[in-house]
Ligand binder design. Sequence first.
Ligand code: ADP
Length: 521
Amino acid sequence: MAGKKRDLRRLVRGLRFRLTAVYSLFFALLLIAVAGYFRARLSTTLSDGVKDGLNDEWAAVKGGFLRIWVDPIKGTYADWYYDKDDPDETTVVLDIKKIYLIADQYGHVIPDIMAQGPSVSTGYQDIGIDKPAEIHERMERMLEFARAHPNAPITPSWDVRRNSDGKPFLIRAAMVWDQQHKEPFYVALGDSFQESDRTLRETTWRLAAAIPVAIILGSLLGWVMAGRALSPVHDVARAAQRISSSNLSLRIPSRNSGDELDYLILTFNRMIERLEASFRQMKQFSTDVSHELRTPITAIRGQIEVALFTAKTTDQYREAMFNAMQDIDRLSQIVRALLLLSQAESGQLALQRAPLDLSGVVEEVTEQFQIPAEAAGIALTAELAERCTLEGDRVQIERMITNLLSNAIKFTPAGGRVRVAVQPVEGAVELIVEDTGRGIAPEFLPHIFDRFYRVPGTGTAPAPEQGLGLGLSFVAWIAKAHHGVVNVDSAPGKGTRFRIRFPDGGATAHPPDQTPARAVS
Ligand code: ADP
């Protein structure tokens, strides 16, 4: 029951339902408006038809069918002149005489000589004979008009009146003169609206019956069309549901229609691509970390085993403990570096930016390396241009220079040279660390900034003096955080040169993103 209710709610909230509802409402309103307009037009046309019929009848009356005589002996009377053997004429006159009234200018009905009675039909009596005063007033008005405009036709008066059954009639009344043009007379002709009313009523009923059917059919069509238009959305949703962390390589197939949905699919696929890349990175990272941590842990365990089971003398015992401690140091070094790197790359490490004299910082760090360089038999020189400043974090910049210099010294044999330089280049500041060391083969170059990457041949089981493979990851991140671009040139056996260019005197306050800035040549 609750499930059904939920299904219904989902259906009502669904785009398909809402689209259909809006479309159906619009369609229904349009239909009703069109039908209303059509009905109004029909009503006008029908009443115009009745009006035209009465005008025709009037023309026939004036044309000679009706003659009014004012005779001193016989009195005033109306007479109808037509060929009684002609069925057309007979029909016309009988039609006219269905609803008619002829009165003198004072409103008194005059006699019909042919019918031997008053000139008023029973139909007209049923509608209600006009009051004499009313007729008189109208006649006065028409006479006045006729006197003022002798040649102008007299405008008839139009009236809608109902009979005892409530049926409507149109009455046309105007003035005619008797045959000798002595006196004016009032002639009213009427016609029933009954026919036109019935047509109008029937049409209204038909429309009222057809509109709901049309709305239902239209809504069904709308439902089907909306379903068709939205079916790709369901396909996309189904495809998206199949994508999980274990099969991030799945993509939603494009429909190649170039519509909004294709754009959505493209955007979605790009998002999945980025997710897949960061998932891959995370996986790689945890594999690397567990591998890196396993080596010192195994070593520590070995040392403790020695201490527990093999060491006999105090010296042997102390040596095992000393080795274990060295491995613990390496372990905590890795953990510290990793923590720092992950904080840095996830944007948690806030940079303390301040205007920085790069040459000054490089000079200080280089001085610290003079003694180890000398010890390794390496000539360490610095060429520092003045006024090379950048907006940066001193600690991180120092870390970057330290990492680059320690690598240069570490991978340069005795007798070699290491040169550090800071120079302005095209409005930017460039830091160079180059050595005459063993260099890096081109196939390894693209990987040197990866975490835990060490060029093979430098020892697979790292000794404490060998690096963690994290130094250049830091360099890449720090450069990126300061909007710098790293370039590496290296020739095996000849040396390596790192160039880091900080644009326009340094970094602005943008947070670093995840991709390290580097170029390898
Ligand atoms: P490590 O801590 O091992 O030095 P890095 O990330 O700093 O790790 O460097 C990655 C690898 O790149 C090093 O193991 C080394 O093989 C190579 N490398 C870095 N700098 C130099 C250099 N100046 N000369 C030759 N090889 C280098």
